[in-house]
Design a protein around this ligand. Structure first.
Ligand SMILES: Nc1nc2c(ncn2[C@@H]2O[C@H](COP(=O)(O)OP(=O)(O)OP(=O)(O)O)[C@@H](O)[C@H]2O)c(=O)[nH]1
Length: 421
């Protein structure tokens, strides 16, 4: 089971319109043999019908995308494919107007962010913005794919220029791992197969990098966190003694015999067993979904958190966070919202909006005390009940929350916690 989780890479794509995102995803699927022959035939036929002398791989991606876009408000399409080395989930966020919202939704759980630029244009304001958002979301690995290298004669100079400009910008951000790869999504250079046109480039192909980038150690395996999603108590006679707590491990490693505390009650117990489907396992770690049984009959309900006695999250009612606002009515001080943090929901009051971040210049605007749609700012909240929070830098699950409009039930904001008290 351990391997199954380690073998998964979630990545999010970002790029401006026409940078070639759809073509690139089509190319990845095609060259890794992840699409069906009939899908390819359909795309070849459509390309020929349109009079193209090449196969328009974007049709493949766009076809899949339009099917999924209907009726959904958050524009992120998830696509799955696999190679013998790894499974992949792509969060594909079309690069139009509502990009911040889409990117936050798609990238918040990503291991890697893939930003595309057109080699002819180099870095744009939007590429910088994407990199800033990925770094705020603490996506641990970043790839800048310099696309359309065929249109600049596979020039090393063009690549070096973009590489240098981006690297110097990235030093101001929190990007622990950066790879800059020259590709042609349309011609297939350095996507899955190594290019014959860029012998000057000695780095990995995009697929090689995606298959080998090391993500297992990105997860927090120290601080045990288990937000309880539901209480399992089967009704049948045969299982009438069974009582377990279901949820997804958000941090650390938990084993039978571990002494734990249930929060917020503070009751302590020991883990009796950990169940995965119908068998017991020796240890559980993120992002496994398991059922935990305790030795004592303590009171545990949905929204509680199981942690270690000497390493538990802080119960906090005052929360300081970076918030990405996602709706057209601006966020203002004194506003009241519902807040969902792990499996717990409470109400929150906006105490202050400390500043608004200009994601192009990284300037902190302290004058404007509100956040418009797609804007990101530092916000202080007061919640009605204590939440069991960690800083986002420590744990992307227990360090994040969403804000919900109580009248409509719509998600209007996403937050990354700096600290709680
Ligand atoms: N010459 C060349 N053209 C490319 C390359 N990649 C994409 N294109 C073309 O660029 C245009 C835009 O590509 P799309 O894949 O639709 O790009 P996109 O607009 O980023 O896609 P979405 O925003 O995701 O819909 C299409 O005409 C592609 O054929 C490339 O590597 N070389």
């Amino acid at each position: 089971m351990a391997e199954t989780h380690m073998d998964l890479l979630r990545f999010a794509t970002a790029g401006s319109v026409d940078d070639g995102k759809s073509t690139l995803i089509g190319r990845l699927l095609l060259d890794s043999k992840s699409i069906f022959a009939d899908q390819l035939e359909a795309v070849e036929a459509t390309s020929a019908a349109k009079g193209y002398d090449y196969t328009d791989l974007a049709l493949l991606t766009d076809g899949l995308r339009s099917e999924r876009e209907q009726g959904i408000t958050i524009d992120v399409a998830y696509r799955y494919f696999a190679t013998p080395k790894r499974k992949f989930i792509i969060a594909d966020t079309p690069g139009h107007v509502q990009y911040t919202r889409n990117m936050v939704t798609g990238a918040s759980t990503a291991d890697l962010g893939l930003v595309l630029v057109d080699a002819r244009q180099g870095l744009t304001e939007q590429s910088r913005r994407h990199a800033v958002i990925l770094s705020l979301l603490r996506v641990p690995h970043l790839v800048l794919a310099v696309n359309k290298m065929d249109l600049v004669d596979y020039s090393q100079e063009v690549y070096e220029q973009i590489h240098q400009e981006f690297t110097s910008f990235a030093t101001k951000l929190n990007i622990p791992d950066l790879e800059v790869i020259p590709i042609s999504a349309l011609a297939g250079d350095n996507v899955v197969n190594r290019s014959e046109h860029m012998s000057w480039y000695s780095g990995p192909t995009l697929m090689h990098h995606l298959e080998h980038v090391h993500v297992a150690s990105d997860r927090d395996l120290i601080d045990a966190r288990f937000p309880v999603q539901y209480v399992v108590r089967p009704k049948s006679e045969e299982h009438h003694d069974y009582r377990g707590y279901g949820g997804m491990i958000a941090g650390g490693v938990l084993k039978p015999g571990d002494e734990v505390v249930v929060l917020p009650s503070g009751m302590t117990s020991k883990i009796a067993a950990i169940d995965l489907f119908d068998r017991e396992i020796a240890e559980a770690f993120p992002p496994m979904s398991v059922t935990i049984r305790l030795e004592d009959d303590v009171d545990v309900s949905r929204g509680d958190m199981i942690a270690r006695i000497k390493n538990a999250p802080q119960p906090s009612q005052d929360i300081d966070a970076m918030v990405c606002w996602m709706t057209t009515t601006p966020l203002k001080p004194r506003q009241k919202l519902a807040i969902k943090h792990t499996t717990r929901t409470a109400r929150a009051l906006v105490k202050d909006i400390q500043y608004r971040l200009d994601v192009n210049t990284l300037h902190r605007d302290q004058e404007t005390k509100e956040l418009g749609v797609n804007e990101i700012g530092r916000v202080q909240l007061r919640t009605t009940v204590p939440l069991l929070v960690d800083p986002y830098s420590q744990n992307r699950t227990t360090g994040s929350f969403i804000l919900i409009d109580e009248a409509t039930g719509i998600t209007v904001g996403a937050g990354m916690i700096n600290s709680g008290s």
